[in-house]
Design a protein around this ligand. Structure first.
Ligand code: SF4
Ligand code: FE
Length: 481
């Protein structure tokens, strides 16, 4: 026991039997499947680098519990030095993976739960904190990688957890037993869930008294009965299974982290792994502490396309019950403004067109180049706003094959549903349309199609007539020739 190496981490995953689905296939070994290999490799590096002499000081530390040497990702921060070290450690790992190594989420969850359990015990005389310390001892001794699972499926966004017609839209306690609790629900887009050893599950929002059953925080091993993982589909993910290494860009560690829909189908959690159960008045504080810890780590045709994108994102927000929110309306207006600005540019350069000696007309070259240069910017901003409003599901939506699958299809369908009137399929279709329009190739086309930005700048410089502008200024400033 003690700090693991990367290969020992891989072996430890092979000994577990989690229920994982990807493209409607039940995965036999997450450590050996090409779809997960980059994510496993990135997490493995958090083990290997900690054992490398040059990173030992950054990635290892001393347990405040027993004074033993531990991997920094199992540590509870006890100084600003620790916090600064976390940032430096993440930077060093990022420099070596150029991807997400996922282990920070559970690390941040550990630190948040460590503190909140103490506060709950102080107020209520409970014993959550010593329970958590016991788990922490095990995590440190075995060098475990835990995921941090916060975001619920959320159903109709206008309704609180207890108001949802389907209570499973938020993870909640369905039964309290002598030896533990039974939980049901799902957490969405959970980073590292498939290649972690276990999950730290936390509430996702502030809770009121009516939401008492939803104020629950606990730990489950990744292969606990009833814990089901449906891995999210990523842009270009089939390149990982194609055998073409160059096409993957970063075949060893991947481009991004791997996220999964994490379903709890009546999962039993023994009391020793329950760290909040009904203390709704502490839910928000836990959310905020975790969020703080994790955020510490982190910045003519196109108008037609934008119209479709605006329609898709507005429709998506309608399915989620958020279309009426003031900030959504504001962002939609911003998108329309940006799209119409592009349109104005095209109209303007056309209006200012002129006849060539041959008799035909040409648009104003300066304004035409300005139009295209704006496309290289506004389209990205339009996409940014669409992604902002679409939410994380844009990047973690399970595949159509999983949705149609006879085993996990019912979970994907249930937890993608937002209200009784809107089928999950509607949301999936809109999300995939938005993904296709805002992720990857589509944006690059706006940058480089019809020439790269630098080509437009050269033309703008040539047509800018700077001497004329200079004369205007000199005349007004009364500068003699
Ligand atoms: Fe860690 Fe989050 Fe960065 Fe991934 S994205 S490496 S989990 S901080
Ligand atoms: Fe993340």
């Amino acid at each position: 026991m003690g700090m693991m190496r990367g290969d020992e981490y891989r072996d430890s995953l092979r000994r577990l039997k989690p229920e994982i689905y990807y493209l409607a296939e039940k995965i036999a070994s997450v450590a050996d499947h090409p779809a997960f290999m980059p994510h496993v490799n990135a997490a493995a590096l958090t083990y290997d680098m900690a054992r490398a002499p040059e990173f030992e000081e950054l990635l290892t530390t001393t347990s405040h519990l027993d004074g033993k040497k531990i991997n920094f990702f199992t540590h509870i921060h006890h100084s600003t030095h620790d916090l600064i070290r976390k940032v430096k450690a993440l930077r060093a790992l990022g420099q070596h993976t150029a991807s997400c190594f996922a282990r920070c989420v559970g690390h941040d969850a550990m630190n948040a739960i460590f503190s909140i359990t103490y506060d709950i015990d102080q107020k209520n005389g409970t014993d959550y904190h010593p329970r958590f310390i016991n788990l922490l001892r095990e995590v440190q001794a075995k060098d475990l990688f835990l995921s941090g699972a916060m975001t619920d499926a959320k159903g109709d966004r206008r309704l609180s957890p207890s108001q949802q017609p389907d209570p499973d839209q938020y993870v909640h306690v369905v039964e309290k037993k002598k030896d533990g609790i039974v939980v049901r629900g799902a957490k969405t887009h959970i980073t590292g869930a498939v290649n972690a050893h276990g999950h730290l599950v936390m509430p996702t929002t502030a809770m009121k008294e009516a939401d008492t059953d939803f104020a629950v925080c606990f730990y489950v091993p990744v292969d606990a009965p009833g814990v089901i993982h449906v891995f999210g589909r990523q842009t270009n993910d089939d390149r990982k299974c194609s055998g073409c290494l160059i096409d993957q860009g970063n075949a060893e560690f991947g481009i991004v982290g791997g996220e999964a829909l994490l379903v709890f189908e009546d999962v039993f959690v023994p009391w020793e792994h329950v760290f909040m159960c009904g203390e709704h008045d502490f839910a928000f504080e836990l959310v905020e502490r975790f969020a703080t810890a994790h955020r510490q780590n982190y910045g003519g045709c196109k108008a037609g396309l934008s119209d479709v994108l605006i329609g898709a994102i507005y429709g998506l927000n309608e399915t989620q019950g958020t279309a009426g929110a003031a900030h959504i309306k504001d962002k939609i207006v911003e998108m329309v403004h940006l799209a119409e600005t592009l349109y104005c540019c095209s109209i303007a350069c056309s209006c200012q067109g002129y006849q060539l000696p041959a008799g035909n007309f040409i648009a104003d070259p300066l304004l035409a180049n300005v139009t295209k240069l704006n496309v290289t910017r506004n389209v990205y901003e339009i996409a940014r706003l669409a992604q902002d409003m679409a939410g994380g599901m844009l990047a973690t939506l399970p595949s159509e094959a999983d949705w149609r699958d006879s085993v996990v299809g019912k979970y994907v369908d249930k937890y993608l549903k937002t209200s009784a009137e809107v089928p999950a399929e509607t949301r999936m279709r809109l999300l995939r349309l938005i993904e296709g329009m805002t992720c990857g190739t589509a944006l690059v086309e706006s940058m480089h199609g019809a020439g790269s930005p630098q080509a437009q700048k050269i033309m703008i410089m040539r047509r800018a007539n700077l001497e004329h502008k200079k004369r205007l200024a000199r005349n007004l400033a009364k500068i003699g020739e």
